[in-house]
Design a protein around this ligand. Sequence first.
Ligand code: GLP
Length: 247
Amino acid sequence: MNISIAKGIGAFREAAAWKIAAQMTSKPDSVIGLSTGRTTGEIHRMVTGIHDRLSFDTSRLTIFGLDEVTGVDKHYSGACWEMLWTEIVSGLGIGEDNFIMLPTESDDWDKACRDFTTELQARGGIDLLILGIGENAHLGFNQPGTSWNKETCLGYMCEDLESRIRRETGTPDDKHLGGVTLGIAGIMKARRIILLANGANKAEAVRNAIEGPVTADVPASVLQLHPDCEFILDEEAAGLLSNCHLT
Ligand code: GLP
């Protein structure tokens, strides 16, 4: 596992954005998975800015989302579809044919999950997967304790996120809100993984993922078993690593 620690949030975001852009230019038909949230939004906009300056070819790229919120409209501002579309996909000039997302609604989730897995395989598998990490070390909607043998599966969201989405969308209490996600087995199939974390609130999850035991209680600890995984951190997120001495 490679660990890069950036000095400050600007350098952290820039390092991540250039790694994503470099994947796009070095393999123009890459299949790249992205994660949404506070960590990645600005990074996505930076990738679009790099593309504006260098205008590299994006016509053969596939972008897909690691996960999706269920029970909302895909155009709701908190849906992963809408976030990825507005932050990066449309700015790169990528059309909906090459933007692969799990649905926000389905009558048959087993089929929806199978279709997603099949589509990624048909496109040659995942070249680069960008992950965020939850404060409880979740990856996507793979929460602590969930099985590691699923390629794509339904998951659930933490209470904070669920109540925020419920409030913002006016979703009644009796309507289920949840998440659907690339599972841990699907994540581990990616040829290359970069996990991004910034801020002191992620420090414990980062330490447990890198230095703790490999256990389903810490989903991100599975990455210790991946042959090509890099953590890009800012100094705060790296603050609890035992061999990281901050000056
Ligand atoms: C969310 C998403 C993940 C994301 C993670 C971190 O729940 N399901 O895909 O990577 O949690 O989010 P943030 O960057 O906002 O901390």
